[in-house]
Every structure is written in structure tokens, then in C-alpha cells.
Write a protein that binds this ligand. Structure first.
Ligand code: G
Ligand code: G
Ligand code: MN
Ligand code: NA
Length: 250
């Protein structure tokens, strides 16, 4: 397939780009972390978004090479230019069953110089379903390096709540579909409040995604959410352009 060949080339020939979205810690009032998001600067088609090429990477097995590129570049960028921040990287479901993942991550940490405590891996709930035993073993080996795991798009997946206990997660990221109606209905507020309570009950850090307004931010502060992410805090941007200061609370 033509696109497969092009993607292989893109990884080797540096056509991939990273943008970063800031995460704001409500307790310390600081930008504490950034999430790395990959783009493909295609020579003919222009800038491609992840949903236009990640599925292809997964089907063709190119995902490992792509992830290694993302992991290394994100860790190196943050180690160099944002020594006070953590960085989170999205990993596809299939990679959590790759027995080589712990070694790959160890090597990236070594080459980039990023302390392992500052790397977080985001996985969706569906990543846990297909081979739970293998997944658990891989996660434990990555955790042993000092790297953290976050559940991405929390609330939208099929995993049952017992996964929160069975897998060694450090935090959840509440999907933005729960945050957008937050200030509009009492019910939506109740749901988010309960999700935050659930996270706390399992000693997990709780991040709200998709925060777009100051009202959402202040409600999440009232609900004792740990951190927020979204267009109100910052849009995904190349590293030199990200704001390192929080929005001014009025
Ligand atoms: O901003 P955005 O369109 O980048 O993100 C869309 C989706 O693509 C998100 O769900 C995100 O988790 C996923 N994504 C972004 N970057 C990566 C990456 O480097 N690897 C994988 N596997 N998924 C990514
Ligand atoms: O699934 P994941 O959280 O990794 O996906 C990140 C995606 O969410 C990216 O496509 C990013 O551009 C998008 N995103 C980030 N913040 C916001 C926001 O405040 N509103 C909306 N609508 N999308 C957002
Ligand atoms: Mn994510
Ligand atoms: Na998400």
C-alpha cells in the first residue's frame, strides 16, 4: 500500500511533528505537565492529524517505530527545554501487549536524559481488554522504571471499575464529553463529582479534559479536581509557543 510506504518514510525522514498541550495543576496553580500529540507533515497532503494515520500505523505494525519516535522526541524536548514539567505520551492498545515495551522505554529514558518520574503513559480503557495478564505484566515492568500510567478518555470505554484496582494506574483523565455539559446541568455536575470521588477512592490523580471556559475551571476547582486540560488552558502548540503561565483567574 502506498500510504504504508509513505508513513514508513515519514518516520525515518523526520516528517512527524509534536505539538504539546499544557496541563494545569489546580493545587499548585502551575503548569505541571504537557501532553505530546503527534502530527504528520506530509509533503503533498499537508498536515495530517493522528486519526488520519494512527489506525494505519496500528494495522501495519509501524506503530512501534512511530511510538519510539514520539517517546524519544517528547522526552528529549521536555528534558531539554522544560526541566520543571512532566510529559505524557499516548500509547496504542496493541503496544501494551508488547513484551519489549519496557526495554524500549528504558532506552528512551536513557538516551533522552529525562528522569523516569517525569514520564507518563496515557492508555484508553480498551487497551486493557484483550490480554489482561500480558498487559498487567508489561505495565508492571514499565512501572518498575518509575514511569506513571494514566487512563485516557476515562468514562467512555468498556472496562469495568475493577480495572482501576487490578491495573497499576496513577491517574485518570475524565473524557471531555463529561466536562462540556458540566456547568449546564446539575446532573452533569453530579456525574463529574462522582468520577472525581471515584478517582480519589482509588488514590488516583484526577485530570479533567476539554476545559474550555473559566466557569468550568472554577467548578472543577470547587469539586477538588487535581488538574485540568483544555483549550481554556492552552491549545496544542509547538513547544516554543506553549504558555507556561495559567489563565488569570478573575
Ligand atoms: O489533537 P488530536 O487530534 O491530536 O488527538 C487525537 C487523538 O489522537 C487523541 O485521542 C490522542 O490520544 C491520539 N494521539 C495523539 N498523538 C498520539 C500518539 O503519539 N500516539 C498514539 N497512539 N495516539 C496519539
Ligand atoms: O484522547 P486525547 O485526550 O488524547 O485527545 C486529545 C484531543 O482532544 C486532541 O485532538 C485535542 O486537540 C483535543 N482537545 C484538547 N483540548 C480540547 C478542548 O478543550 N476542546 C475540544 N473540543 N477538544 C480538545
Ligand atoms: Mn491523551
Ligand atoms: Na482524552
Amino acid at each position: 500500500r502506498e500510504m504504508e510506504h509513505a508513513l514508513r518514510e515519514a518516520i525515518q525522514e523526520d516528517q512527524l511533528r509534536l505539538v504539546y498541550q499544557t496541563r494545569y495543576d489546580l493545587l499548585t496553580a502551575r503548569i505541571s505537565a504537557v501532553e505530546a500529540l503527534v502530527r504528520w507533515q506530509h509533503p503533498r497532503l499537508g498536515l495530517l492529524m493522528p486519526d488520519q494515520f494512527i489506525p494505519l500505523a496500528e494495522e501495519t505494525g509501524l506503530i512501534s517505530a512511530l511510538s519510539d519516535w514520539v517517546l524519544f522526541n517528547a522526552c528529549r524536548d521536555i528534558a531539554r527545554y522544560r526541566p520543571e514539567m512532566a510529559v505524557s505520551v499516548n500509547i496504542s492498545a496493541t503496544e501494551l501487549q508488547d513484551g519489549a515495551l519496557p526495554e524500549r522505554i528504558a532506552r528512551v529514558l536513557q538516551l533522552s536524559g529525562l528522569p523516569s518520574q517525569r514520564l507518563e503513559i496515557e492508555v484508553t480503557e480498551s487497551a486493557l481488554l484483550s490480554d489482561p495478564e500480558k498487559t498487567l505484566a508489561v505495565m508492571q515492568a514499565v512501572k518498575a522504571l518509575g514511569v506513571k500510567f494514566l487512563i485516557d478518555d476515562f468514562g467512555t470505554g468498556y472496562a469495568s471499575l475493577c480495572y482501576l484496582r487490578a491495573f497499576p494506574f496513577d491517574g485518570i483523565k475524565i473524557d471531555r464529553s463529561f466536562i462540556s455539559p458540566l456547568t449546564e446541568s446539575q446532573q452533569a455536575r453530579q456525574v463529574v463529582e462522582n468520577m472525581i470521588g471515584l478517582g480519589k477512592a482509588y488514590a488516583l490523580s484526577v485530570t479533567a479534559e476539554g476545559v474550555e471556559t473559566p466557569m468550568q475551571m472554577s467548578q472543577l476547582q470547587d469539586l477538588a479536581c487535581d488538574a485540568i486540560q483544555g483549550y481554556y488552558i492552552g491549545r496544542p502548540l509547538p513547544l516554543p509557543q506553549i504558555s507556561t503561565t495559567a489563565p488569570v483567574s478573575e
